[in-house]
Design a protein around this ligand. Structure first.
Ligand code: HSE
Length: 303
């Protein structure tokens, strides 16, 4: 194949209590076009002028992993990235970059690797699989590590479930947001999260949306991350008071996600989050997204 285009979805990880284990694909897509030609990486949209365009580029590194894995030299390639996923906002922009590179390289090579192998490669690059698994596979994925491999289980998503995103103007680095986490947790906090993660997956699987309010609560990572983003708790509260089903920090932040059913409450929930944030000096924009069953997939190459 000479030219290939793929789209990779945004993802929200953790969903509150499922730290490093749960993630869901959202219908905001980055598009990558790859063709044989002189080495060049161009970026349009989110991250334009900011993203590394050398061989250290994350998309290119993911492609190189696939070529290395099948022991083939990487050819000269021209990459065009059309990005819609905001960077460093907890919406899985790195996972989308990795997933798009993996799937495009695998496609160019005639698909020698299965999706499971791509999940392993992607998770090794990220260090955890809760963004990369849903970015590759779509839907909501529960990922566990067993005998050195990541194993992914799809969690059904109720049809009417929608996400309202408050995307702050400030970035949060995942590395920094992981450094502030305590090395150990109390048994009480562990029990708190185990119960809620189970309740959340049960609520999603059974379509019991009223389980999400308690099921999205967390004591493993959000309380510590509040030190970097003090307004977080007030924004969760504002979303819930405006009728959200549940609210949490998306991945390692800074986006705050509120779940709602259908579209009717989205505007009010977004407005409530934005107003509560502004009162505490945090500015940002609101966006609506739908969970998507689409993982990283090929699209007709137009560029
Ligand atoms: N589970 C990860 C974290 C997601 O919360 O640090 C980061 O992308």
């Amino acid at each position: 194949m000479d030219k290939i285009a793929v789209q990779a979805p945004a993802t929200t990880a953790n969903l509150g209590p499922g730290f490093d284990c749960l993630g869901m694909a959202l219908d905001i897509f980055n598009e990558l076009t790859v063709e044989h030609g002189p080495f060049c990486i161009s970026v349009e949209g989110e991250g334009a002028g900011q993203i590394d365009a050398t061989e250290n580029n994350l998309v290119f590194r993911a492609m190189a992993r696939v070529f290395n894995r099948v022991e083939k030299p990487i050819p000269e390639l021209t990459l065009t990235c059309r990005n819609r996923i905001p960077l460093a906002r907890g919406l899985g922009s790195s996972a989308a970059a990795i997933a798009s590179g993996l799937v495009a390289a695998n496609g160019l090579l005639g698909k020698p690797l299965g999706l499971d192998e791509l999940v392993q490669l992607g998770a090794k690059m990220e260090g955890h699989a809760d963004n990369v698994a849903p970015a590759l596979l779509g839907g909501c994925q529960l990922v566990v590590q067993e005998a050195g491999r990541y194993v992914s289980f799809p969690v059904p998503v109720p049809l009417g479930l929608r996400a309202v995103l408050f995307i702050p103007d400030f970035a949060m680095s995942t590395a920094h947001a992981r450094k502030v986490l305590p090395a150990s947790v109390t048994r009480g906090d562990a029990v708190f999260n185990v119960g809620r993660a189970a309740l959340l997956t049960m609520g999603l699987s059974a379509g019991k949306l009223d389980y999400l309010r308690v099921g999205t609560q967390d004591r493993l990572h959000q309380p510590a991350r509040q030190s970097i983003f003090p307004a977080m708790g007030s924004i969760f509260q504002a979303a819930l008071e405006a009728g959200a089903l549940g609210s949490f920090l998306s991945g390692a932040g800074s986006t705050i996600l509120a779940f709602t059913e259908g579209e009717s409450m989205s505007g009010a929930i977004g407005q409530a989050m934005q107003t509560a944030a502004a009162r505490l000096g945090v500015h940002g924009r609101v966006a609506a997204a739908r969970p998507t069953a689409l993982g990283t997939h090929a699209v007709p190459a137009t560029a």
